[in-house]
Design a protein around this ligand. Structure first.
Ligand code: SF4
Length: 695
């Protein structure tokens, strides 16, 4: 969409367009329509597939409307458009949640450290903010820059939410495009939040072998007073640790986290503990080990207050976003607040410094007056293991090393496991999936609750996956990036490959970078547990960036997938060298977002989703070896579609040569070209030209 002169001037001022670190690309500070053509091109291949929970709509006062059998509601939308509207709303909610978290964090840091505090990720990270550079076109230099970036994203969110109103956007493709916009911005704000946290609180960065910390209820010393932090309130966690350090009580009180805050807690204080994944929260509360529960926002369990009271602990709500109906007494002094907390057992206290002081004093007093038994051994919650503390962004040196093998396909892929831990199957499944790929020399990265769950499965020697595999972003490495917001560093690593390995300019160059990742970087994501709104946005943001994702069965409630159709989807791409459109017939990646419930099916699909059109014959043979081997391991036979991924005889893995040749013969397979510069650019209307991708 063309901008007027004023808008262009404002955008140029915002991104300091005169700074010459890279030329400014086509979409600085993109508005809600500026990447629409890219989205439409994606949706042409990977069409939205809707699974509405109901045929009825009651979203506005014109309803209830019956949307069954192709009927339209009073506002003109059909069932698909309604589901797309709900998807947009959910992605906006996810974005809003992360924005609120980032806003609280950055406002606090600006207050205590000042706007001029430089963004500093250590000496091994040159591309400090791949998303922010690529989406907005600015290199964030300070906390003040991060603050301004939040303002831009808040403006975009307002426009996106307005579009989701009844009587506004009713076209499926535009609703989906806007959902992708909200989701791209979710990655961006996640990156901003984690940059601020790493900078402001000196969390680990530019380092792979971070500390190994204890995870599991068994690791908690219940003889000490215990403060349990849940939710995503990093500021309260940091203030609590600071208070303990300044008052000489560090080590005398057990500080335990669950949920996103747990990752940040151990990034700041490696002697803190993580009681387990969020799915174990009801059990941990009922076990009665906590003397004080500090609740920030952002967790999936809403009856924390009553559970805490029933367990005889004190409850402090620290975040305005989850006020729990409690009275705000933060204007009182700490002595008065402590008396109130001990009397009422629950207060709202959004002042993080006061909350820290009151929590510590209350824990000391309550611990002395309560008897706490360790949780029963038969509970099944006694697993304990070691997790490596979240390491933040991938280092430029690591990208330099793996860029070529990843793009050529000789490192078979990056498997990103994120999101909630409440997945189907056994609690050890996430660790099993991670290990299956680490053994096969994929790069395995984890974040959020999945990273915590993976620590709890140990081998005969009591070692978790983090102790058995190297912590490097390299073949066979297993990495914990950090809390949910650190997931942005995973997609950010894909962007860095485009910059560091392919020398593509990132600045406001989203379409070119996403096209590169889609066609050349074999990365895919798994969000297998119950998903919050931000995880739908995270997945959809990956999709816009060209990264496919598998979600778990609980995500069916969000009602939308992006799927190709066997025999119907057009797999044509532009060959950037010959400038000809080529029908590859190759479903890579087969789907952008798909839902699977079975561990074996997930593993096989992840291996398949790592194939890209740019794979060299050697890389393709490696990827096919894993795909076919895993298919045989979990389904007992060769995959029926293996021939679709074979372009020349040189793609055929030696190990399966005989059987594959039989399949090729039966399917009428014919040799296909191996493209060295596949791109969607040139197959749809765009300001981006082939010259932008050929270099
Ligand atoms: S939003 Fe549209 S379909 Fe839903 S109740 Fe209102 S008029 Fe009916």
């Amino acid at each position: 969409m063309a901008r007027n002169e004023r808008q262009t001037r404002e955008a140029n001022d915002f991104i300091r367009a005169g700074d010459s670190w890279e030329p400014v690309g086509h979409t600085p500070l993109p508005g809600i329509l500026e990447l629409r053509n890219w989205d439409r091109r994606l949706l042409q291949t990977w069409k939205p597939f809707y699974v509405p929970v109901t045929d009825k709509c009651s979203l506005c006062t014109y309803g209830e409307c019956d949307l069954s059998e192709g009927r339209r509601g009073s506002c003109g939308v059909d069932s698909s458009a309604m589901q797309a509207r709900l998807t947009l709303r959910t992605c906006c909610e996810g974005l809003a949640k992360i924005l609120a978290q980032a806003r609280r964090l950055i406002d606090y840091l600006v207050e205590v450290k000042g706007r001029e505090l430089p963004v500093d990720l250590g000496d091994k990270i040159g591309i400090e903010a791949p998303h922010i550079r690529t989406v907005l076109g600015i290199k964030p230099a300070s906390l003040g820059d991060l603050e301004r970036i939040l303002c831009y994203i808040e403006d975009q969110l307002a426009l996106l939410l307005a579009s989701a109103n009844t009587g506004f956007e009713a076209a499926v493709s535009d609703l989906e495009s806007k959902a992708m916009h909200a989701s791209m911005l979710t990655h961006t704000v996640m990156e901003a939040a984690d940059l601020a946290a790493i900078t402001g609180f000196a969390f680990p960065s530019s380092k792979a072998d971070t500390a190994l910390i204890d995870v599991g209820l068994a690791a908690v010393d219940t003889k000490k007073p215990v403060i349990l932090l849940v939710g995503d309130d990093t500021v309260s966690a940091v203030c609590l640790v600071d208070y303990l350090r300044h008052s000489g009580l560090e080590g005398k009180i057990e500080v335990v986290g669950m949920g996103p805050v747990a990752h940040d807690l151990v990034r700041y204080c490696p002697t803190a503990k993580i009681a387990g994944p969020l799915s174990a929260l009801p059990f941990v509360l009922r076990s009665g080990i906590a003397d004080v529960v500090m609740c920030g926002g952002g967790n999936l369990l809403t009856d924390l207050l009553s559970e805490t009271r029933a367990a005889g602990a004190a409850f402090i709500a620290t975040d305005a976003g989850t006020a729990c109906g409690l009275e705000d007494i933060s204007s009182d002094n700490t002595e008065e607040i402590l008396i109130e907390l001990l009397r009422e057992k629950s207060i709202l206290l959004p002042d993080p410094s006061k909350a820290a002081a009151v929590a510590v004093e209350a824990a000391l007093k309550l611990s002395a007056s309560r008897s706490k038994a360790p949780p029963p051994e038969s509970s099944g919650q006694h697993e304990a293991g070691k997790m490596r503390v979240g390491r933040g962004p991938v280092m430029d040196t690591e990208i330099r090393k793996v860029g070529a093998p990843l793009v050529l396909g000789t490192i078979p892929g990056v498997i990103a496991i994120v999101g909630g831990s409440n997945y189907p199957g056994s609690p050890g499944d996430i660790a099993d999936i991670a290990e299956e790929f680490a053994k096969r020399k994929y790069i395995v990265v984890l974040a959020g609750d999945s990273a915590i769950a993976a620590a709890l499965k140990t081998d005969n020697e009591g070692k978790s996956i983090y102790e058995r595999y190297p912590p490097d972003f390299d073949a066979g490495g297993v990495i914990n990036m950090g809390p949910g917001v650190s997931s942005a560093h995973i997609s950010g690593a894909a962007i860095k490959i485009a910059s560091i390995f392919a020398a593509l300019p990132l600045r406001a160059n989203y379409e070119v970078v996403a096209d590169y990742i889609l066609n050349r970087v074999g990365a895919c994501g798994l969000a297998w547990g119950a998903c919050g709104e931000e995880e739908l946005a995270l997945a959809t943001g990956c999709n816009r960036l060209g990264i496919p994702v598998i979600v778990g069965p609980r995500c069916i409630k969000y009602g939308r997938l992006y799927l190709s159709k066997p025999g119907e989807t057009d797999w044509s791409v532009m060959d950037g060298r010959s400038k000809q459109v080529v029908d590859t017939g190759e479903p890579s990646p087969e789907h952008l977002v798909n839902l699977l419930a079975d561990k074996g099916a997930v593993i096989v699909a992840l291996a398949k989703l790592c194939m890209r059109k740019n794979d060299t014959p050697q890389g393709r043979a490696t990827k096919l070896t894993h795909y076919i081997g895993l298919h045989r391991q979990y389904f007992g036979k060769l995959p029926a579609d293996a021939h679709l991924f074979i372009r020349r005889a040189s793609d055929i893995p030696i190990f399966f040569k005989k059987e594959l040749q039989a399949q090729l013969g039966e399917s009428g397979w014919q040799e296909k070209p191996v493209l060295s510069l596949p791109t969607l650019v040139g197959t749809y209307r765009s300001q981006v030209t082939l010259d932008d991708v050929v270099h």
